[in-house]
Design a protein around this ligand. Structure first.
Ligand SMILES: Cc1cc2nc3c(=O)[nH]c(=O)nc-3n(C[C@H](O)[C@H](O)[C@H](O)COP(=O)(O)OP(=O)(O)OC[C@H]3O[C@@H](n4cnc5c(N)ncnc54)[C@H](O)[C@@H]3O)c2cc1C
Length: 473
């Protein structure tokens, strides 16, 4: 049906009434309608994804979050939950005219339970603040990655964030013991007691982990803390290829060496970081690949590293450190990769996972697959070896051109992998969900979405592409 002038007027009236209602909930200083104030919330970290928001709401309490969600749901206005906006798949920025619901003001550590080794935090607490609170209580927190200053608890749960220590502690889902979240109709689910043994029905924290804002808006979480980190040693190894890296991780597993990180990157990536940070190279000569390993030990991590490297073929050189300055200098070479590549342009960021045994073969086939599209794209690759997760950053493509993405995704599926290792689907990868997941899985996912968000107001366009979205509402 062609919209008439009066139907436009009616839509404007509904929007005006909604904005008034939102002002009444969060206060006018926390409802941003001015385009200049909205701008930072409308573009993602990579600058690849951007859109216009109806407004940005910045509630200060969980009750305000629930009221905002309920108000939008009543009139069918889409909501894009946003934490630190460091997500890499476009899921936290508006597409066209949704309300951005920023959780950053929910930034309190609510409780640290030193007896149980658990912590309750609001959704907007950043990863770095989480680490500080855990350390202050004599514990540690399992998840860590380079966006730690900005990424939030809510965003990390919603994306089931991984990072450099998944190898040892699992991803964010494994850290979540309890959750509080607003559902689409404004009702609130809450179970924050943090009992480890809890088999009374479905485990809703697990369901929300990785749901990317499509099932509920997380307002608080009860998180597991880990024992304080023991002495650690870090080694940067210059190696011949991916196969060597995979073998080192496999040897460590069998030898009982506590490998807390195993990060692979290649010479082109290292050169970009060195140039971007104006740092000196770690080795006198260049090598094809590098593996950064972190080893934790009650006694002597350097002894464990020496044992791991003894008589190992394919290691050309190594820098080892067990003091904090040396360790962070080596880590900076790995942590700097995302920023260094971002400084070169707007990359297509793919984050796939393949079974560890196939990682080396996958890397070998990758460049051939990219070349087969022959459009001069350049891929810079790094990854977490222990869990088969590779970050593939493709430069030289326009934001809409996903021909290279397509060959990489299809190669990943062919090799038994997942098209999203840790960043999620967002809006960037929706077209591969239906190929990656079995029809029965998809039907179950859609049934859950329909049950919890019948109008499809929570993060529309994320996870399910337009074909699948039609089956949601
Ligand atoms: C330099 C850099 C390095 C990175 N390294 C890693 C890495 O190693 N591993 C990794 O997994 N990720 C990594 N990321 C990606 C990103 O940091 C993570 O996905 C992170 O979990 C996003 O948190 P955020 O608070 O910024 O979420 P946002 O970007 O704001 O949102 C991400 C998604 O979660 C949803 N969301 C946000 N808050 C809520 C909430 N309260 N309730 C419901 N839904 C919500 C959003 O709608 C969106 O779909 C990296 C990013 C950068 C920039």
């Amino acid at each position: 049906m062609v919209p008439t002038a009066s139907s436009f007027e009616e839509a404007d009236r509904v929007t005006d009434r909604l904005l008034d209602e939102l002002v009444a909930i969060v206060g006018s200083e926390h409802l941003l309608v001015d385009p200049q104030l909205r701008a930072g919330y409308e573009v993602d970290w990579t600058r690849r994804f951007k859109g216009t928001a109806l407004a940005v709401a910045r509630p200060g309490t969980a009750a305000e979050v629930a009221s905002v969600v309920a108000a939008c749901n009543r009139v069918g206005v889409g909501i894009v939950p946003q934490g630190g906006n460091t997500g890499l798949v476009g899921g936290a920025v508006p597409r066209s005219g949704e309300l951005v619901l920023s959780l950053r003001r929910l930034s309190r550590i609510v409780e640290v339970d030193e007896v149980a080794g658990e912590l309750t935090a609001e959704a907007g607490v950043t990863l770095v603040e989480l680490h500080k609170a855990a350390i202050a209580a004599g514990f540690g927190f399992a998840i860590d990655f380079a966006a730690r200053e900005t990424a939030t608890v809510g965003g990390m749960i919603a994306t089931n964030a991984g990072g450099v220590h998944v190898l040892h502690h699992g991803s964010m889902r494994a850290q979540v013991l309890g959750i509080e979240a607003a559902l689409a109709d404004g009702s609130v689910i809450r179970r924050l007691t943090g009992v480890h043994k809890d088999n009374t029905g479905y485990h809703l924290p697990s369901l929300l982990a990785g749901s990317e804002g499509t099932l509920g808006v997380i307002t608080k979480a009860r998180l597991n803390l880990i024992r304080p980190v023991e002495a650690t040693g870090v080694a940067l190894l210059a190696i011949g290829d991916t196969d060597v890296a995979v073998k080192i991780v496999s040897v460590a597993r069998r030898a009982g060496i506590v490998l807390t990180a195993a990060e692979l990157f290649f010479d082109d990536g290292l050169r970009m970081v060195l140039e971007h940070t104006r740092s000196a190279p770690p080795f006198p000569s260049r090598h094809p690949a590098y593996l950064l390993i972190e080893v934790e030990s009650r006694t002597d991590p350097l002894a464990d590293i020496s044992q791991l490297l003894a008589d190992r073929d394919g290691i050309f050189d190594a820098v080892v450190s067990d003091d904090s300055l040396g360790r962070s200098r080596l880590w900076r070479l790995r942590d700097g990769l995302s920023e260094a590549i971002g400084a070169r342009g707007v990359p297509h960021k793919l984050d796939v996972a393949v079974p560890s045994a196939r990682l080396a073969a996958f890397v070998q086939r990758l460049q051939r697959a990219i070349d087969s599209v022959s459009i001069g794209a350049r891929a810079v690759i790094w990854g977490h070896v222990g869990d088969g997760n590779l970050h593939i950053n493709v430069l030289g493509l326009s934001p809409e051109d996903d021909r290279v993405d397509d060959v990489i995704m299809r190669l990943t599926i062919e090799m038994g992998g997942s098209t999203s290792g840790e960043h999620g689907v967002g809006i960037a990868k929706t077209r591969w969900v239906a190929i990656d997941r079995d029809p029965a899985d998809l039907a179950a996912m859609l049934a859950i979405k329909r049950a919890l968000d019948p109008q499809g107001v929570l993060n529309p366009g994320v996870l399910f592409d337009s074909t699948l979205a039609g089956m949601v509402s």
